[in-house]
Design a protein around this ligand. Structure first.
Ligand code: ZN
Length: 177
């Protein structure tokens, strides 16, 4: 029994201290999906995964009720990534959102000084999200038809070439134009 209570004491020390509690299982599964993807072998994918891991280590990934149609957000000021609680049990959607929002963090970190979100930034984050989506299969694929349908729609525009994809991003993010 001595070792048992000692172990409980150690666990308590961890959770009361600076270390964070383990993430919810679907969030961990989502990060595993990214870590195991071909996307994470690309230069940008590797850097985005690191930004996501840093955010997790700093307790800056959370789930909140967001308005319908909004899958996730990133707050430049607080550095918090939020994914919609509607997808709490859909690791494929969480992973997709983490890549998008993590791409915002990476994009901003490469600028000489923080800038307001702009169209180039949204095009970049959307393209990274689609590059990851290209390899999302099995348990790592979004279960939500709403989300996968939307990503398929964007993918078709990207693959069609020309300015169609950029024009679509422009319509979806009017504030950044
Ligand atoms: Zn964005």
């Amino acid at each position: 029994m001595g070792s048992r209570s000692g172990r409980e004491g150690a666990d308590q020390a961890v959770y009361n201290g600076t270390a964070s509690p383990p993430p919810p299982a679907p969030l961990q599964a989502a990060i595993d999906c990214i870590a195991n993807s071909d996307f994470a072998k690309t230069d940008d994918g590797k850097a985005i995964l690191q930004k996501i891991r840093d955010a997790l280590a700093n307790n800056k990934i959370e789930s909140q009720d967001l308005k319908p149609g909004l899958f996730g957000t990133y707050n430049d000021g607080t550095g918090v990534i939020t994914y919609s609680s509607f997808y709490n049990n859909d690791p494929g959607v969480i992973a997709s959102e983490l890549v998008h929002e993590g791409a915002h963090i990476l994009y901003n970190s490469r600028l000489p000084k923080p800038a307001l979100d702009n169209l180039d930034e949204e095009v970049y984050t959307n393209l990274q999200q689609l590059a990851f989506y290209d390899g999302q299969t099995g348990d790592c694929k979004p279960k939500s038809i709403l989300v996968s349908g939307e990503l398929d729609r964007r993918k078709a525009l990207r693959d069609a070439g020309g300015s169609q994809f950029r024009d679509d991003v422009k319509v979806r993010y009017p504030a950044y134009n």
